[in-house]
Design a binder for this molecule. Structure first.
Ligand code: ADP
Ligand code: MG
Length: 596
């Protein structure tokens, strides 16, 4: 039999490697920025068109490349950064595999202009699908400029896989933020479709954090600085009161590389203990420096995961460092405030806040075990389905009658449990409504309806409030602003990430919500829910979520009745938009069985 094994042509081998390294425009941005840093640049400019799908250009003032290197850099495993396998254990540069440019050139049209310091004339190369189409001498002032055009032009399947511009832009800005945080001494700018998103002057880490996240963050930053024999920590954590609901701005770096580690993030979270609410997440930017021999960065092509020799030790160090930082700052006002709140709650005969967040006491927990068949069926359908709305609209008729019945019976006799649940006897047994979940469902339908009917009422503000959007969120804010305004807000852009709130949904009246907090939480929640493609739905879900945690409070009989009525007037009263149950029922049969 003849031989059948053949070596793949370079163009295909590179495309396969590209599949690992280059997943989306953001991966290109990351690789180009890291190369610019490795080249010793002090000024780095990023220019994007259509979230990088049409153009990603990076201009630096670094060391540049010679004519020969300019050709070589597109070869696979061509790198100036390591010479032997041994070097892998002493990696100081961001890149080291020599894969990035070869991969990028195999799936895009690339133009490279570069000049090495001291040379008079630079070089320009055009390359597409791994083939060099042109190389010529060119006037280049300094450093390197790389333009990556029409990403995935020759891999239509990958191109189709790209998400909306807003989502891709979000990923790009994440990568940009990671590098910008690691190198505050370097100037960075970022333009998207001719608009400047970031302009980050050279400075220290605090200044860099402020230019990335907005002026307001400054006063909440607590410095972290700790050193042991094995490891050094530098950076900032946000004071407890600045913790937000959305899991947004948490940045952990090892030797200036951004890493993703739930485990280590948890170390910092745990340092806060009960200083922040259960669902809140603290802000932090922490740099760890560890001897490169104690870690292995070569585990993942995109290098966001690394292996430590002793992760538990690092966990403990990190927790101690964060605690220490928190302790050094006078936190007593916060503690006093909490004690005061607790005292007031007890005086009003309510449970103090930390008890409210707990599950109901054990005798009531048993209610959950006895959910009747009908309710169990509802729950199962919901849990099986990602989109409860669709399922319910299909098999609604039978349940509609049931809901109607619940609605009628429920409002007769109501009492409240732990400021959290409304309990009501119904004909078949007893029903328990989760106030918080109910509120989220009610608000979600409220906003969806206002959008559909275009009939939102605005409550004009007596004193318009201005707020500043963190630069990273300006793109998202631009996208959702028209939707927010159709839902009853009256927000005007002021330029440079500033906005003025002239009015908010009239329906909010009496809820005592702070508009600015609502908008911030909405943005954070939309950012997390990037996979939901329907923008209207995303905004409605996010707005409804901002009421979360605010539903749990003591209610007057009238308020309970109104909440129950409004819940059962909903299209889909069973669950929150996220699929959490709004109410459960326990039937008489089950009750009787439990007494035997
Ligand atoms: P790696 O960064 O892993 O070495 P790359 O494919 O990203 O691999 O780059 C290949 C080589 O091209 C680098 O080792 C470096 O010598 C050179 N290079 C890439 N970008 C730049 C730049 N902006 N300035 C100077 N040299 C660069
Ligand atoms: Mg590189």
């Amino acid at each position: 039999m003849s031989d059948i094994i053949q070596l793949l042509p370079d163009s295909i081998a590179n495309q396969i490697a590209a599949g690992e390294v280059i997943q989306r425009p953001a991966s290109v941005v990351k690789e180009l920025m890291e190369n610019a840093i490795d080249a010793g640049s002090t000024e780095i400019r990023l220019i994007l068109k259509d979230a990088g799908k049409t153009l990603i250009q990076l201009i630096d003032n670094g060391a540049g490349m010679s004519e020969m290197d300019a050709r070589m850099c597109f070869e696979r495993h061509a790198t100036s950064k390591i010479r032997s396998a041994d070097d892998l254990f002493h990696i100081k540069t961001m890149g080291f595999r020599g894969e990035a440019l070869a991969s990028i050139a195999s799936i895009a049209r690339v133009e490279l202009k570069t000049i090495r310091a001291g040379q008079k004339i630079g070089t320009r190369i055009l390359i597409a699908g791994t083939k060099i189409e042109k190389q010529e001498p060119d006037q280049v002032l300094q450093g390197t400029s790389i333009s990556v055009k029409n990403l995935f032009y020759n891999v239509p399947a990958r191109r189709k896989f790209l998400k909306s511009d807003a989502v891709e832009m979000r990923h790009i800005l994440d990568e940009f933020t990671h590098v910008a945080l690691s190198y505050p001494e370097v100037f960075f700018s970022c333009h998207h479709n001719d608009k400047e998103h970031f302009h980050l002057p050279k400075g220290n880490l605090r200044q860099r954090i402020v230019s990335l996240f907005g002026k307001k963050i400054n006063e909440t930053l607590v410095p972290v600085s700790e050193e042991t024999e094995q490891i050094r920590f530098e950076g900032f954590i946000g004071k407890p009161e600045s913790a937000r609901k959305g899991r947004g701005d948490q940045y952990l770096f090892v030797n200036k590389r951004f890493i993703k580690s739930h485990y280590l993030n948890h170390a910092i979270r745990s340092a806060f203990e009960d200083l922040i609410a259960e669902e809140a997440h603290p802000f932090f930017v922490i740099f760890m420096e560890i001897d490169p021999e104690r870690i292995d960065v070569n585990v993942h092509p995109t290098k966001q995961e690394i292996k430590f020799q002793d992760e538990r030790l690092i966990y403990n160090y990190l927790k101690v460092a964060a605690r220490h930082a928190l302790g050094q700052y006078s936190l007593s006002p916060v503690l006093d405030f909490e004690q005061e709140a607790t005292r007031q709650h007890i005086e009003r005969g309510e449970m103090p806040p930390q008890h409210r967040a707990q599950r109901p006491d054990s005798s009531w927990t048993s209610l959950y075990e006895g959910i009747d068949e009908e309710a169990r069926r509802i729950r199962d359908t919901v849990e099986l389905s990602q989109q409860p709305t669709d399922i319910f609209s299909r098999e609604k008729s039978g349940q509609e009658a049931e809901v109607q019945q619940h609605a009628e019976e429920a409002s007769r006799e109501l009492f409240q449990l732990a400021g959290k649940y409304i309990v009501s006897p119904i004909k078949s047994g007893v029903m328990v409504i989760d106030q918080d979940a109910a509120l989220e469902r009610i608000w979600f339908e409220h906003f969806t309806e206002r959008l559909a009917n275009d009939d939102a009422l605005v409550q004009a503000a007596l004193f318009p409030k201005s707020f500043e959007c963190s630069p990273a969120d300006i793109g998202l804010m631009e996208e959702i602003l028209p939707v927010l305004n159709r839902m009853g807000f009256d927000i005007q852009e002021f330029g440079h990430g500033s906005y003025v709130i002239h009015g908010s949904p009239a329906a909010y009246e009496g809820l005592g919500l702070n508009e600015e907090t609502i908008i911030m939480e909405t943005i954070a929640s939309i950012r997390e829910n990037a996979e939901e493609r329907d923008l209207h739905k995303r905004v409605a879900i996010a707005l409804a979520r901002t009421t979360k945690g605010r539903g749990a409070r003591r209610l007057q009989k009238e308020e309970m009745r109104s909440l129950v009525d409004r819940l059962f007037a909903c299209e889909t009263p069973y669950t929150t938009p996220g699929g959490k149950r709004c109410f459960i029922t326990l039937d008489m049969g089950e009750l009787q069985r439990r007494f035997q």
